[in-house]
Write a protein that binds this ligand. Sequence first.
Ligand SMILES: Cc1cc2nc3c(=O)[nH]c(=O)nc-3n(C[C@H](O)[C@H](O)[C@H](O)COP(=O)(O)OP(=O)(O)OC[C@H]3O[C@@H](n4cnc5c(N)ncnc54)[C@H](O)[C@@H]3O)c2cc1C
Length: 432
Amino acid sequence: MNRIVIVGGGAGGAELATRLGNKLGKPGKAHITLIDANRTHLWKPRLHEVAAGALNADADELDYAIHSRDHHFHFKLGVMSDVDREKRQVVLAPYFDGGQQLLPERRLDYDYLVIAVGSQTNDFNTPGASEHCIYLDSRQSAERFHTEFLNVYLRASMHAEEDANHQTFDIAIVGAGATGVELAAEIHHMAKELVHYGFDGIRPENVNITIVEAADRVLPVLSERASAAIHRQLASLGITVLTGEMVTEVTADGLHTKSGKVIPAKLKVWSAGVKAAEFLKDLAGLETNRVNQLVVEPNMQTTRDERVFAFGDCASCLLPGKERPLAPRAQVASQQATYLAKLFVGLLNGKDMKPFEFRDKGSLVSLSTEGSVGNIMGNLSKDFTFEGKVARFLYVSLYRLHQKTLHGSFTTLLLMLRDALSTKTGSRLKLH
Ligand SMILES: Cc1cc2nc3c(=O)[nH]c(=O)nc-3n(C[C@H](O)[C@H](O)[C@H](O)COP(=O)(O)OP(=O)(O)OC[C@H]3O[C@@H](n4cnc5c(N)ncnc54)[C@H](O)[C@@H]3O)c2cc1C
């Protein structure tokens, strides 16, 4: 029986493992294994909500072991460190938990290998960035931001009540891409909510949020119209946006820009770029680009080994007739997962697949949940925007589609009901 091993169960890999488990694992046509460095999956585009405390990651995570049983694939906890292409084996590094080695180095045989290990923050080696900034690229870092954010409030609560008028809290975010913009809006919302929960040492109007962007406008990947609308909404929330400013150094006290500006900040987040993990750079002689992404053909096969595939953020896929490779987005990873599931079913039946075609459904940016603060959809080819409740609905739909692929329509409906009920009955914020 063919062994298909998928490494990385994120926005793309979790969907692929589920689809292949249902289609090939269940009828016993292939042995599907998913390897992930973590025990649970959390949809990455929700990390800014975890950081702001608007989402309790424990309540929303998917347990790989349970999911694999329900969808007829096998789950292995482990961190891929290498590939032995000659022996067709994935090498998993010794696994540590709490400083103790839990598992030794292991090797897993494959007939087809699919790498979907995602990406991480690229700070372009800016001095002080890794030391002083939080990178919003993992659940752990989002939770760290949340804790540090609340700790500032706890410290402020030590002061006398009348001092709350004078306490300020400066937060700086490097990068006005979707992550930076969405995080800024969530923090603004959080600051307004916290006073109702006894975190009243700092007044919401004294929380100063600054976004610093090197390009000349926010969300440069969107149309100018969508970008301008987002800029206006950020300004209406009192969020400062500095465009055309390149951060050259980060210190404990704040950001320094090329033009000589100093932006004071207690909390600093770097969300200005992504790159694939370093270990991919020299992985088994496979071709990579300057940000360590594995270069793949339009059918996701790596250029030097037809048995090794890669997709999502860790792959660079240039489609015929296009000038640039596909962007690192959840939408791309999800469509590639759907394509690969069909490709493997066809492959095992001796059928060829046409190259992948990407259908851009536009980009949505969530500017928190407040009625007056909407979301915007920009699409380069059509250039139209949605704001307010319609856009909010569309934004949430993206996540619901991911859940539908993982759990099916009925369970997704139940999850939607659960979320609606918990919003009505429980706290809207995570305060620990
Ligand atoms: C805060 C934030 C907001 C975003 N908002 C949006 C948005 O609104 N719309 C959008 O389209 N995109 C958004 N993105 C981008 C989107 O999250 C990514 O494009 C998408 O998650 C990529 O999917 P992936 O499957 O390639 O990787 P990921 O979802 O990152 O999954 C990678 C998986 O691989 C595992 N892994 C990593 N290394 C190893 C290893 N060595 N061995 C084993 N397992 C490993 C990880 O644990 C993880 O489960 C956002 C990203 C962030 C950080």
